[in-house]
Design a protein. Structure first.
Length: 191
């Protein structure tokens, strides 16, 4: 009988140690909204556009197209005006010549706003602490890219890009009461 209790105790301890350190059982998430494999690949595609020379065919060859590129907003002339209309801080002569040409082209002007990203979220740390809500650590890695392209009659007149070449965020949440941490607000608001 004592030997059976000892074996049960060793099995339970082994299982607890195995589960508490096993981060492979934690959730993972991946978000891919780009045909580009990296920030630099997206940047090079946008920089490959030559204002006043490149056209929609060139853009399609570089992988830049609302059909090929998810999360691309097609901007109307009114959208472009709202973005670039001179204010008290920005004068007309401060605008890029391509932007001015697009504003003057009226309905022949349109824009493409591209948002691309590859983000991966991994929960790391011990499974037991995460599962019981005592401690959760989430690592977010990847990149985010955005670009604005203005066209007049399918010819690129302006292009600009920006974003985050390297995303590396770590979020650590510690709850001293573990699974009981969220019960307090629920008791106060429930009638």
């Amino acid at each position: 009988m004592n030997q059976r209790k000892l074996i049960d105790g060793i099995c339970m301890l082994s299982l607890a140690l195995l589960v508490s350190a096993c981060s492979s059982m934690l959730p993972r998430a991946r978000s891919q909204s780009s045909p580009f494999n990296s920030f630099d690949e997206a940047r090079q595609a946008i920089e490959g556009l030559v204002p006043m020379k490149s056209n929609v065919v060139t853009m399609t060859q570089l992988g830049i197209s609302p059909v090929q590129q998810p999360n691309t907003n097609i901007l109307t002339h009114d959208d472009v005006v709202r973005r670039f209309v001179p204010s008290s801080l920005l004068k007309r002569e401060d605008l890029d010549p391509g932007v001015l040409a697009c504003l003057e082209a009226r309905e022949a002007c349109r824009g493409w706003e591209i948002k691309a990203a590859r983000i991966e979220k991994n929960r790391t740390g011990g499974f037991l602490a995460d599962f019981t809500n005592f401690s959760r650590r989430t690592e977010t890695t990847g990149w985010r890219f955005n670009a604005l392209i203005l066209l007049i009659n399918d010819v690129v007149v302006y292009r600009a890009w920006g974003g985050q070449p390297r995303v590396n965020d770590i979020d650590v949440q510690t709850n001293p009461l573990g699974p009981l941490q969220d019960i307090g607000p629920a008791l106060v608001t429930t009638r």
